[in-house]
Ligand binder design. Structure first.
Ligand code: HEC
Ligand code: HEC
Ligand code: HEC
Ligand code: HEC
Length: 204
């Protein structure tokens, strides 16, 4: 009986742990223990004052990448491939294209590059399209859900358009949550088990 009570307690603890909102603390975006982070988590990306404001919003404090990119394109894609990247995806590429150091923030130039595992480079032809407009008018219904009405499936969420698109476009943040709010591996917004993330938008 004692053993059963103990086992139940452990299960309850594990379950309640999973139910707690996941956070950036302890994630791969928590740099507070790095020698260059001034003991803080938010600072490499946001600063309350005198931020470098590279994107004109978000109190952005990280150096921007000056790279130009080649984007995914294909004959079967209905959306138009972009010529420039949206600002919201540029926030990621300030570290993830591998041209700007992770510790380049607050006007200081650093030297620690993102690992090669997590580096996308500047040639994005082998990556899922980003900065593309996703609407019924663009893609039609064949093979794609209508983002204005189809559910995102996020906890407490509504439609794909409201929860996953940025100014009507697919961006890095459509699939990833930079603050690890959902606690899903690779900081995804949704688990991709059985390709659930992909099947949110693709009706295949
Ligand atoms: C690795 C970079 C990074 C770190 C570290 C980071 N953020 Fe963010 N933050 C972003 C990006 C990118 C966005 C825009 C995300 C979006 O809209 O999906 C954002 C958006 C926000 C917003 C706007 C609302 C929202 O959720 O979109 C707030 C508020 C915010 N961050 C607060 C914080 C705080 C507080 C911390 C530290 C505990 C922090 N962030 C750490 C990159 C970061
Ligand atoms: C301040 C620099 C910085 C910014 C800005 C940043 N990242 Fe990261 N990211 C990192 C580093 C550093 C790592 C992990 C360590 C490494 O690879 O060197 C990482 C890891 C990741 C991982 C892997 C997580 C895992 O669990 O394996 C993903 C996914 C990711 N970032 C996505 C994003 C997205 C999407 C954005 C923009 C919304 C973004 N990052 C913005 C620096 C950054
Ligand atoms: C359509 C959804 C989607 C978009 C858009 C997207 N990602 Fe990902 N990303 C994923 C998935 C799913 C994984 C996990 C792959 C795996 O674990 O095999 C991933 C993995 C990663 C990783 C971990 C390293 C790796 O290659 O597995 C990084 C870093 C990353 N993404 C950054 C980005 C950045 C930066 C952008 C924007 C330029 C972006 N992602 C756009 C879905 C997406
Ligand atoms: C937020 C919505 C969304 C998610 C999530 C998403 N996609 Fe997409 N994907 C799109 C849109 C929009 C296009 C462009 C479709 C078009 O215009 O024909 C696209 C394009 C593609 C294409 C290229 C099609 C072509 O004709 O060249 C492939 C392949 C693809 N996605 C696979 C995936 C996979 C695999 C995943 C999961 C890792 C995924 N997508 C997740 C919205 C999404």
């Amino acid at each position: 009986m004692k053993r059963l009570v103990l086992a139940t307690t452990v299960i309850v603890l594990v379950l309640s742990g999973n139910l707690a909102k996941a956070v950036i603390t302890g994630s791969q975006h928590d740099f507070h223990s790095a020698s260059w982070a001034n003991g803080q988590i938010c600072l490499p990306c946001h600063a309350p004052h005198n931020n470098v404001n590279a994107t004109g919003s978000l109190l952005w404090n990280h150096a921007a990448s000056a790279a130009s990119y080649t984007f995914y394109n294909s004959p079967s894609m209905k959306a138009t491939a972009p010529t420039v990247m949206s600002d919201i995806s540029k926030t990621c590429m300030g570290c993830h294209d591998g041209t700007v150091a992770v510790d380049s923030f607050g006007g200081v130039t650093g030297s620690t590059l993102v690992s090669t595992t997590n580096r996308l480079g500047t040639v994005l032809g082998n990556d899922h399209p980003i900065s593309i407009t996703y609407s019924l008018a663009v893609t039609g219904l064949k093979g794609m859900y209508d983002p204005a009405v189809a559910p995102s499936g996020l906890p407490g969420g509504t439609t794909i358009a409201a929860d996953l698109l940025y100014a009507g476009k697919v961006e890095c943040n459509s699939c990833h949550d930079v603050h690890n709010s959902f606690g899903i591996p690779r900081m995804l917004k949704k688990s991709n088990a059985s390709s659930a993330l992909c099947l949110t938008c693709h009706n295949i």
